[in-house]
Design a protein around this ligand. Structure first.
Ligand code: NI
Length: 139
């Protein structure tokens, strides 16, 4: 890590106690790491808000017995304006398929693509997690 800078923060005891309890639950060893993660998370959120290039991971769960759904899921990916980098398909059981799709592009396009995929009729559940491509994000 580049040279660390120390700074002090004033906040109420209640807020600090709740923050410490959260850090313990999440398994953080110290406040500094917890605060660094909060700041990075906020910076990534800002990149998304400013429509910068981001990376998204979309998971969808669907029943492959639903007529033409597998083809639809593939077609949506081929027509994406965001760049689909990789897709992993897992045959969970007799009915259920899980797909994890990694996509890269402007924040708004990644969201639009995820919405279309998750909103496809027959998709039971879907989630989008967006992260930074990392170039602007300090350690
Ligand atoms: Ni499958």
């Amino acid at each position: 890590m580049p040279e660390a800078v120390r700074f002090s923060v004033s906040l109420s005891e209640d807020l600090l106690n709740q923050f410490d309890a959260l850090l313990e639950k999440k398994g953080y060893e110290n406040r500094s790491e917890g605060i660094r993660d909060l700041i990075r998370d906020r910076l990534v959120q800002q990149e998304i808000d400013e429509n910068k290039e981001v990376v998204g991971v979309i998971t969808i769960l669907y029943d492959h017995h639903v007529r033409e759904l597998s083809e639809k899921v593939i077609t949506v990916q081929h027509h994406s304006e965001a760049n689909v980098i990789s897709a992993m398909h897992v045959h969970l059981d007799h009915h259920n398929c899980l797909e994890a799709i990694v996509v890269r592009g402007e924040g708004a396009l990644v969201r639009k693509f995820a919405d279309r995929l998750i909103g496809t009729r027959g998709v039971k559940h879907g989630r989008l997690v967006i992260t930074s491509i990392g170039t602007d994000l300090p350690k």
